[in-house]
Write a protein that binds this ligand. Structure first.
Ligand SMILES: CC(=O)[C@@H](O)[C@H](O)COP(=O)(O)O
Length: 255
């Protein structure tokens, strides 16, 4: 069970809803992923005119918790405005704060993210900031009241996996709130690695939406989250420099 603020979830896989080749594929992939939390850019959603096409229209939204995100924001003010708009539109009071500092790398702006987090926590939102893999920033976000920390594995959409597992492990070890590894996941192996590090969950989009078979990949990601979490809970063996026989002779009774 994963608890973020007042919300609890069985699934530890958070799925993005963009980039799918069709809304039918999106619906099937969401179903196969077992995700309970779906994220989307508020800026892409048609909030004002219900008669216009809506990229979430094929989903039975009553089955999911929506996690609006502030994608597209480059300043604190924009992120705050988007978050307020999402809450006023009754989407959810949970918000993924995403403030991008650089259009080429899409890396987040840690200072702006921290400031926006403080304001939104103050306003009563459940705040999940997308940040870099710096443990110092992660700590500051937690102290500012963030309900979960979402460090990037690697830049959004790259599929490069976890570029700095050491930092991610530090963030996981120090955090008293859930850590959701977000962005850059390329394959189920990346998911297993994040979950075995002790991440409380992962958020991904491109790896599923861009796969040759998104529905099959969504299922693979679901299984990877479960396998990685089980492996973490089970406790892996320590790595050793030298071999030890799998069928040791010591202790055997000889006649
Ligand atoms: C959907 C969303 O919120 C993205 O900004 C997120 O960070 C996922 O990144 P990937 O597409 O790399 O999985």
């Amino acid at each position: 069970m994963l608890t973020i603020g007042k919300y609890t979830f069985q699934s530890r896989l958070f799925l993005g809803t963009g980039k799918f080749s069709s809304l039918d594929v999106q619906r099937e992939a969401v179903e196969a992923s077992g995700a309970e939390v779906l994220t989307f850019a508020v800026r892409r959603l048609n909030i004002s005119d219900p008669n216009q096409p809506n990229f979430l229209e094929k989903l039975d939204l009553s089955r999911y918790t929506l996690l609006p995100n502030t994608a597209g924001a480059t300043t604190v003010e924009e992120a705050i405005r988007i978050a307020r708009l999402a809450r006023a539109s009754k989407l959810c009071d949970m918000i993924k704060v995403e403030i991008i500092a650089d259009p080429k790398t899409l890396l987040p702006d840690p200072a702006a993210t921290l400031e926006a987090t403080k304001i939104l926590v103050e306003e009563g939102f459940t705040v999940l900031p997308y940040t870099n893999d710096d443990p110092v920033t992660a700590k500051k976000l937690e102290e500012a009241g963030a309900h979960a920390i979402m460090p990037g594995g690697s830049p959004i959409g790259t599929g490069l996996g976890l570029l700095n597992p050491y930092n991610l492990r530090w963030i996981i070890e120090q955090s008293q709130v859930p850590v959701i590894v977000d962005a850059g996941i390329g394959s189920p192996a990346d998911v297993v690695q994040a979950m075995e590090l002790g991440a409380d969950g992962v958020l991904l989009n491109t790896a599923v939406a861009g796969a040759d078979d998104p529905v099959k990949m969504a299922r693979a990601m679901r299984l990877a989250v479960e396998a990685g979490r089980l492996g973490f809970e089970a406790g892996r063996i320590p790595k050793k420099r030298y071999a030890s026989a799998s069928s040791p002779m010591e202790g055997l009774v000889t006649t």
